[in-house]
Write a protein that binds this ligand. Structure first.
Ligand code: WQD
Length: 322
């Protein structure tokens, strides 16, 4: 097989490229370099610079590289920006995917793996979120991911494609310092950002109905996200009728306070006194995955814990901010 990895020069994409290349898969990357960087790619992996919205570019790349499977990671992923610019998010995430799927169907590409998100669940009122938990996204970003899943499943059914939508929970860490999470607006890098600026980290609310009052999430190492893609790609290659929707999480809840405590530990900064501010609108108290289905379907489970996520993210941060 030859896999096209869209968004392969980005934070998550470059980890997937690395893992798939190390797993012996033949790969080509399509990235518009809007947030990606060519230096993230290992030697020998061809990079085509362009957008999935450009049907001519996609057709040419599929044909020239004789692509037989697609891992679609390219997309916009900032919740607040999606609230401000819904049309932009629908264009990039839904129209981009639709264009890519149409090109794939026309070219006879029969394997399609899609980056989805726990954001499809919205504010789930359950202890562990299973894939059967109702989807009710609460922002345009989550809506575009859910609409994307529908497009992928429907196209797979009609055009005989094996498909998988992978719902990432809270991604953190880095495989190497060079592949660190710059430009990613999530809790861990946001805390590093404040510390680097000589400011105390912000905690968005400590009056949630959780044991320490701060929000609980299921953090997952980006290397584990990557290995889940390798497992899913192999499954799609072996099973032309696969139609999968899978959580990628660890099933372990970690609070913001616990995460900040770990950061204090790992960085050796004893002067951290988080500044508690108002709740951030739209933050659910608790979102933790059930990782049962992916273990049953792919025999996959996460290997790295939260400390390794913080340690590896910190190594990357220090490289960029010596
Ligand atoms: C985690 C927790 C914050 C920063 C969203 C999307 C998800 C995925 C990742 C994209 C929350 C708290 C954060 C800070 C804080 N999106 N926090 N201080 O909101 O769980 O998930 O981004 O790919 O789909 O929904 O992630 O990292 O922003 O926040 O207290 O400076 O940390 O309130 O409870 P979130 P996050």
């Amino acid at each position: 097989m030859t896999w096209l990895i869209t968004g392969g020069a980005g934070f998550i994409g470059s980890h997937v490229v690395k893992a798939m290349a190390e797993g012996g898969e033949r790969i080509v990357v399509l990235d518009d370099l809007s947030t990606g960087r060519a230096e993230r790619l290992p030697d020998g992996v061809p990079l085509e610079v362009g957008t999935v919205l450009d049907r001519d570019v996609v057709d040419r790349v599929l044909a020239e590289h004789a692509v037989t499977g697609i891992v679609h990671i390219a997309g916009k992923k900032q919740v607040a920006e999606s609230v401000a610019k819904p049309l932009h998010y629908y264009r990039e995430n839904v129209e981009g995917l639709r264009t890519l799927l149409e090109a794939a169907a026309d070219a006879g590409v029969a394997r399609f793996l899609f980056s989805s998100s726990a954001a499809v669940y919205g504010m789930p009122d359950v202890d562990l979120v299973t894939e059967a938990t109702p989807c009710a996204p609460i922002n345009p970003y989550g809506e575009t991911k859910l609409a994307g899943e529908w497009l992928v499943t429907a196209t797979g059914r009609t055009h005989g494609m094996a498909t998988a939508s992978l719902r990432y929970f809270n991604v953190a860490g880095a495989a190497t310092p060079e592949l660190g999470d710059d430009g990613v607006f999530n809790l861990v890098p946001m805390v590093f950002e404040r510390l680097t600026a000589g400011e105390q980290p912000l905690v968005f609310g400590d009056d949630y109905p959780t044991p320490d009052g701060t929000c609980i999430r299921d953090y997952i190492h980006v290397e584990d996200i990557a290995s889940a893609h390798v497992a899913a790609a192999r499954r799609l290659a072996a099973d032309p009728t696969a139609s999968l929707v899978l959580n990628i999480g660890r099933g372990e809840g970690v609070s913001v306070t616990e995460m900040v405590g770990l950061i204090q530990d790992v960085t050796g900064r004893t002067d951290i006194k988080p500044h508690v501010t108002d709740r951030r609108p739209g933050d659910p108290a608790r979102v933790v995955a059930s990782a049962d289905r992916i273990r049953e379907e792919l025999g996959w489970s996460a290997r790295h814990g939260v400390r390794e996520m913080v340690e590896s993210a910190w190594a990357g941060w220090r490289l960029r901010h010596p």
